[in-house]
Design a protein around this ligand. Structure first.
Ligand SMILES: NC(=O)c1ccc[n+]([C@@H]2O[C@H](COP(=O)([O-])OP(=O)(O)OC[C@H]3O[C@@H](n4cnc5c(N)ncnc54)[C@H](OP(=O)(O)O)[C@@H]3O)[C@@H](O)[C@H]2O)c1
Length: 265
């Protein structure tokens, strides 16, 4: 039997933060010693001691008040939230429900939606209610006590970061003109999304627009100005990367898991 599936919690080496070791002879924008954050996009390979990134790729200077761990932790969820809110055209004053508000995407999405002027409802487990509130959520729903899909409260945007609240389960909670941000979906849901204007799924063929210096610069500007704080679940040295993956696979990490790499002597 052929199985087509999307891993529920993939950890990709999309992003990294560190110090420039050396540059090519024609490079003018960066020099050795610069502190940067970068993405190799769908080429991955950032869980490594060294990574080369083209000068015109997704590489930007890191703000001095943001650590390397914080910068790396912000990228996966932060860029995802940014792209989905942009594609979903989130506007000031709109109401947004974020399912899975305490994960990497969720913690960034709560803060970003508040910064964009939305009224935010976060959904997470009991142990994360205070965290999500502290990130700025106006309302927090503990999914162990309440099923938000049965509440009857409607929203302009619903973002599903968990996969247990697909469009079919929440469409009755969308206000007229409302949008569903499908951060996670299986193959059938992705195909179905192509025929529904309400379902936002910017996954498709947009990597070139996602992993850009412009997006990473915007993200780092938000972090440097204090509008976006990294939430770090745990850090593991590269040698223990299997444990890091196991932690992510559990589905209940708080924010991001960071891989650290000791500088060479
Ligand atoms: N489409 C894209 O471009 C894109 C980009 C990035 C990520 N993703 C996907 O987005 C998903 C989220 O990534 P992530 O790193 O943010 O995940 P994560 O950190 O593992 O977050 C999981 C979140 O789900 C919550 N949760 C677990 N069970 C739940 C339930 N039954 N009901 C409601 N909430 C529940 C957890 O809260 P508690 O711990 O409190 O239970 C936590 O907030 C992943 O599947 C990832 O592959 C997609």
């Amino acid at each position: 039997m052929l199985g087509i599936f999307k891993p529920r919690h993939p950890v990709f080496g999309f992003n990294c933060a560190g110090e420039i070791e050396t540059v090519g002879k024609d490079v003018t924008r960066f020099k050795p010693g610069d502190q940067v954050v970068a993405s190799a996009g769908l080429k991955f390979g950032c869980h490594a001691e060294y990574r080369s990134i083209p000068e015109d790729g997704a590489i930007v200077l890191k703000p001095g008040n943001v650590s390397h761990e914080e910068a790396a932790a912000l990228c996966f969820g932060g860029i995802t939230a940014m792209i989905f809110f942009k594609s979903g055209a989130l506007k000031r004053g709109e109401t947004v429900l974020i399912n899975g508000a305490s994960g990497a995407v969720g913690t960034a999405a709560v803060q970003m939606a508040k910064h964009l002027g939305a009224e935010v409802t976060g959904v997470c487990g009991a142990g994360h209610v205070e965290l999500v509130r502290s990130l700025g959520a106006d309302h927090v729903i503990d999914y162990t006590r309440e099923d938000f899909t049965k509440s009857g409260v409607t929203y302009d945007l619903i973002m599903d970061n968990v996969g247990n609240a697909p469009f079919s389960r929440v469409k009755h909670l969308l206000k007229p003109g409302g949008r569903f941000l499908m951060v996670i979906g299986d193959l059938l849901q992705m195909i179905d999304a192509r025929f529904r204007k309400q379902v936002i799924n910017p996954d498709e063929g947009t990597a070139a627009e996602v992993f850009t210096a412009e997006n990473y610069a915007s993200l780092m500007a938000l972090a440097g100005q204090g509008h976006l704080k990294a939430v770090i679940d745990s850090t593991f040295p590269l040698e223990r990367i299997a444990e890091a993956h196991a932690r992510v696979d559990g589905g209940h990490k708080t924010g991001s898991v960071v891989i650290t790499i000791a500088p060479h002597a």
